[in-house]
Every structure is written in C-alpha cells, then in structure tokens.
Design a protein around this ligand. Structure first.
Ligand SMILES: [Ca+2]
Ligand SMILES: [Ca+2]
Ligand SMILES: [Ca+2]
Length: 372
C-alpha cells in the first residue's frame, strides 16, 4: 500500500511537469535547491592516459581483422614486455606482446587488440577463460578509485577465442547488469600468423555509467593472459589492478574525444556527492551537461521516506553550449534524522526526461543522537 502511495505521487508530479510547470518544487514544500558552478567528479590525472579519438568517418567492421585504414595508425597502448610474469615463463615479444587501438562514437567504444602469441591455448569457455589465452579489460566508469576492490560502478570484461567461438565474459558488472557470458557486446576473435586479433564494439549501454558525451574520461586497464599448453604461464598488464589484486586506484585512464550531442539538445549525467548528511550539511549532486546550444534544464528532487513523499524541491539550471558542470544542493535542516530515498529527475526545457534515478541517503545528527 505504501509503495502504491509513492507511485501515485510520482505520476502526479509527472502530470504536473508535463504541463510545463515546475511541479512541486518551491510550492508548499518550502524547500529549494541551490545551484553553483561545479567541477567534474574529482579524478586525479593518471600517469598512464590514452586519448581515444572520435571514430569520425572511419568504417569499422568487427571481423577480427585490422583492415587498412580501419584503425588509427599508431597503437594507443603497446605492451611489448612482461610487466609481470608468473613463474618466469615469458620468453619475449614473440611469446606474448600486444597492441591496442581505440575509437569512440556516441554509441560504442571500439577496441582492437592485436596479440602476438606463439601458441594458441584456450581450454575454457566460461569464467575460467583467464587461465588460457585471453584479454581482461577493467573499467572504472565514475573514475572514483578505491584501493583493493572493484566498486559498484566498475566492470571487468574478458575476451577469449574458445572451442565454441569468441566469448565475452563479465566477471564484474556495473549497476543493473548481470555477471557471466554476455551477448550484448559484439566481439570477434580471429587467429592470424603468430597471434590473434580481438575486435569489439562495446555499446555504452554495457558500460553504464560511462557516458563519453558528458564525462570525458574513465579509469581503465587491461591484462593479456598467455597459456602455451600448460596453463597460464605469463601475462602482460598495462597497469596493476586486475591480475594480482582488483585495485582500481592502480588503473590508467581513457580520455574520450569531445563529441557534440547528435540526437538531443542536451545530455545529462548526475552523481551524488554526499550520502550521509549531519546537521548543517546538504545532500549535493554533481550534474554534468553537454548541450548543443545554451539552454536550461529543470532539476527536481523528491524526498521519500518509507515510500511516502516527504517534500520536494526544484531548481532551474542554466546550461551553456558544450560540457559544463554544476553542483545542486538540497538543504537538510527540515529533515528529521532518517533514511531517505531521493528521487532525482532532470528535464529539458521542453519537458523531456533527461535523467531519472533514486539515491538512498541518510540524514543524521551527531549532536542529537549519540548512537551515531
Ligand atoms: Ca576489422
Ligand atoms: Ca605464448
Ligand atoms: Ca598462448
């Protein structure tokens, strides 16, 4: 029943907003959001950084063959020596080395991995493909590294050429995605003389919340595993963070070429900055926008407790042409200490929904409640 009450409230708000009105924000609720200029989520510039060019007019065919003119002439990452090896079995670049090529457009991250390897050996076809010839790719979409573990937004993908053909495996998936073999990523692996080529187009829907049209970078690293007939004998890693420990603070990064939004006037990404708010602290969000031309968007935050809307607040954000960042803050002085869900929506000037997500937050009072 209480869930039903919340759904009704959301529908009501949608109906009001659909009439071009700001909805409940600034009405009887008496709360308002403040908007200040922001910065992209803090991401220390990494020592190892790859500039990913826009695909532009290049035609990419995912066929396991690096065609003439298909990819940039220079490899973005060249793994020509064993950064780390197991049991000292790496005998040189002909045993294992790899070149990686990247491109980006609004839909996909394109990736070609040209691996030099003397013996193809892949006996698995599932989660153990890392034990044979394979590639492991790790992404930190929000670029929020935390030492020694993958966070909720992170992905770890595997590519392998198995007895049943090319396999794309996900050991770690981002929010709302399932682990295991995935058919959502076109990938072809094909042997060549003295090696193998993996070619893939990873849809950004399979890397969410990576959003290159708004957020220009993400954490990234790659490991190439080599078995030559007796189990994984060596591997190459661009940076640590995959093989010996899952550590996204050790990753390098991808920096995506700027691309103007093609289909919509404005694209929005949004991250929460504070989940726990003490007395005097706001709940705040970083909003990233990429606009074809200067415009404005409406941010609305509904505060929900036990599926009942407590209050809501809205604000208009002026968005300049190009990429811009804004901090939206929700004051908390009228909120009693409790767990809340913030239902956040951002709508365009025409009322179109640009962003919608729930965030669970905690209001507490270290003065009033010593149990914290
Ligand atoms: Ca190709
Ligand atoms: Ca080898
Ligand atoms: Ca091999």
């Amino acid at each position: 029943m209480r869930r039903g009450a919340y759904v009704t409230a959301v529908v009501l708000l949608a109906a009001i907003a659909g009439c071009g009105h700001m909805g409940l924000g600034g009405g009887s609720a008496g709360m308002s959001l403040t908007v200040t200029p922001g910065e992209p989520m803090a991401a220390p510039k990494k020592a190892l950084s790859v500039e990913v060019p826009a695909r532009g007019g290049r035609d990419v065919t995912i066929d396991g063959v690096i065609g003439r003119g298909e990819w940039p002439a220079e490899a973005a990452i060249d793994l020509a020596r064993g950064l780390e090896t197991q049991e000292g079995q790496w005998s040189g670049p002909d045993d294992l080395s790899a070149k990686l090529y990247f491109m980006v457009d609004a839909e996909n991250l394109y990736l070609a991995i040209d691996v030099t390897d003397d013996v193809h050996d892949q006996a698995e076809a599932g989660q153990l493909i890392w034990q044979g010839d394979s590639v492991q790719l790790a992404f930190d979409p929000l670029h929020n590294p935390e030492t020694m573990r993958h966070r909720v937004d992170d992905y770890e993908y595997g590519f392998a050429l198995t007895s049943k053909g090319p396999v794309v495996w996900r050991w770690k998936s981002g929010p709302g995605k399932s682990d295991g073999e995935t058919s959502g990523v076109p990938m072809v692996a094909k042997k060549r003389d003295g090696g193998i080529v993996y070619e893939a187009a990873i849809p950004f829907g399979e890397l969410s919340p990576i959003a290159p049209l708004v957020r220009p970078d993400c954490g990234f690293t790659v490991a190439i595993n080599d078995a030559d007939g007796s189990g994984r004998g060596s591997y190459l890693e661009w940076t640590p963070g995959i093989v010996s420990s899952k550590d996204d603070s050790a990753f390098g990064e991808l920096r995506f070429a700027y691309m103007p939004p093609a289909e919509r006037d404005v694209l929005i990404t949004l991250d929460i900055q504070r989940i726990f708010a003490d007395d005097g602290q706001d709940f705040s969000f970083t909003v990233g926008a990429n606009a074809k031309k200067a415009t404005s968007v409406d941010a609305i935050i509904e505060v929900v407790e036990d599926d009942q809307m407590v209050t809501s607040a809205g604000a208009k954000i002026s968005v300049p042409k190009g990429i811009s960042w804004h901090v939206v803050s929700l004051p908390t002085e009228t909120l009693q200490p409790a767990r809340y869900v913030l239902h956040v929506t951002v709508k365009g000037a025409d009322g179109a929904m640009l962003f919608e997500q729930d965030f669970t937050v905690y209001r507490y009072s270290s003065k009033r409640d010593s149990s914290w």
